[in-house]
Design a protein around this ligand. Sequence first.
Ligand code: IMP
Ligand code: MG
Length: 185
Amino acid sequence: MKTLGYEEAIGRRLYTPAQIAKAIERLAAQIAKDHARQPLVLLGVLKGALCLCADLSRALAGEADGPSEIMVDYLCLQRYGRSAGGGSPRLLMDHSVPIAEASVVVVEDIADNGRSLEFLQRLLAERRPASLRTCVLFDKRARREVGVPLDYVGLAVPDSFVIGYGLDYKELYRNLPYLAELREN
Ligand code: IMP
Ligand code: MG
């Protein structure tokens, strides 16, 4: 079977940079409203949330009546693959900002089967934050296997493998400014 080249593997475009930016503005407005005049900790989930966390944190800075202060931190979850019974998520790098008694928003690129977020919500709840909410930019609803509460949801995506805006295929395509389907072959 022929392997597609880098450009050839970029399939149908799903969301333009402008559509993504608009969705992030919406998410920032909702998060700002829920955390007005309170300190907020944004916890980005690497590596997929690298673009989202950077843009969302800056969009929040533009909100007039938003959080009184914002700390941005990251943690890193291991990619566990999409094969059947692909195992459970593993923490590769923990955040360093303390979250006990803090208002926390977890920032994830996409909710797929939901296991990463389930894992994180359980792990972070043990650290006794004052509040723990979850923000995802993309929602692949059709593939959800576990019910996880999502407080802020950006854009719906179909049941296909997507790349760009932080999302990768074999570590490639994260830097595409738009979201596209991967053309598999
Ligand atoms: P979960 O299946 O909801 O646990 O998602 C786990 C992680 O897999 C997400 O945070 C993404 O980083 C990654 N992922 C899920 N779906 C896709 C996709 O379509 N493209 C690229 N990465 C994905
Ligand atoms: Mg991710």
